[in-house]
Design a protein around this ligand. Structure first.
Ligand code: AMP
Length: 285
């Protein structure tokens, strides 16, 4: 498995693959890979002849006071995980390779990027759409793989691909969790041992919410209240949002009468964590 740092070299490689008739899959990541990323890479390897994993801590998706500088990085470990999972190359560009001096073009989506994470991170999805568009143009994959852990991101990418007529299939993959329920995240490394315990309140509120829906709850407000109360019982937790939205538009809904996303963002100390569950809703409500 090769690690490639330039746009030119990755293009040449992928061009040769396409010429040979290979199907190419892409897994975009910010590195510090864990079993969540690995599940995407494994799926990509099962469904494609060649798989590119991009490892790039994208500066444009971080706000001015966010964790760009401290985001964890370990390329050697990432390379070992990619190789053992079957990836063909890692694309690991420098920020200057992706955003050379004079860079001026951004992909900015309206509406669904302004709710949930977009509210407290107003420039986040502009950075995500821009870097993912660039990766799609550079790698030209047949299929790209994203985690349901970042459910709003997945919905935004699906919308972007549809709106901009990109000929790429988007595959969403289920959330991978620790045995104790905590959704795996590169940011979990920021947590102290006490905070790790406190962080379990996220998945506990998700599981409680899911159980309510399975027991027949159809009112989004009641669901949000119950999940909020559970999180508020943890002294180290500070809620950013607890919301139920339409799965496609990311706009708040009152009744669970269509496919929905119940999403939460919670600070545990200084670390902001997200989690969610999705449901089909019932048209009869
Ligand atoms: P990141 O490196 O955090 O930008 O994540 C790269 C990709 O991995 C995104 O599509 C994430 O949704 C996905 N991902 C991250 N954590 C998980 C997880 N616990 N389960 C499934 N997918 C994940």
């Amino acid at each position: 498995m090769k690690i490639i740092e330039t746009v030119c070299a990755v293009r040449e490689q992928v061009k040769a693959w396409h010429k040979a008739g290979y199907r190419v899959g892409l897994v975009p990541t910010m590195g510090y890979l864990h079993e969540g990323h690995q599940s995407l890479i494994a799926r990509a390897c099962a469904e494609n002849d060649k798989v590119v994993v991009s490892v790039f801590v994208n500066p444009t998706q971080f706000g001015p006071n966010e964790d760009l500088g401290s985001y964890p990085r370990d390329l050697a470990r990432d390379a070992a995980l990619c190789e053992s999972t079957g990836a063909s190359i890692i694309f690991h560009p420098t920020p200057e390779e992706m955003y050379p001096s004079g860079y001026s073009t951004f992909v900015d989506m309206e509406g669904m990027t302004q709710t949930l994470c977009g509210k407290s991170r107003p420039t986040h999805f502009r950075g995500v759409c821009t870097v993912v568009s660039k990766l799609f143009h550079i790698v030209q994959p047949d299929t790209a793989y994203f985690g349901e852990k970042d459910a709003q991101q997945l919905a935004v990418i699906r919308r972007m691909v549809q709106d901009l007529n990109m000929d790429i299939t988007i595959v969403g993959c289920p959330i991978v969790r620790e045995p104790n329920g905590l959704a795996k995240s590169s940011r979990n490394t920021y947590l102290s041992e006490t905070e790790r315990q406190a962080a379990l309140v996220l998945s506990q509120s998700i599981f409680a919410g899911k159980a309510m829906v399975e027991a027949g709850e159809t009112d989004a407000g009641a669901l949000v209240d119950a999940m909020r109360h559970k999180i508020e019982a943890e002294p180290l937790a500070r809620i950013d949002y607890v919301q139920v939205v339409d799965q496609q538009t990311m706009q708040p809904i009152e009744k669970l009468d269509r496919p929905f996303l119940a999403a939460i963002a919670v600070y545990i100390g200084k670390t902001r964590l997200i989690d969610n569950f999705m449901g089909q809703g019932s048209a009869s409500q």
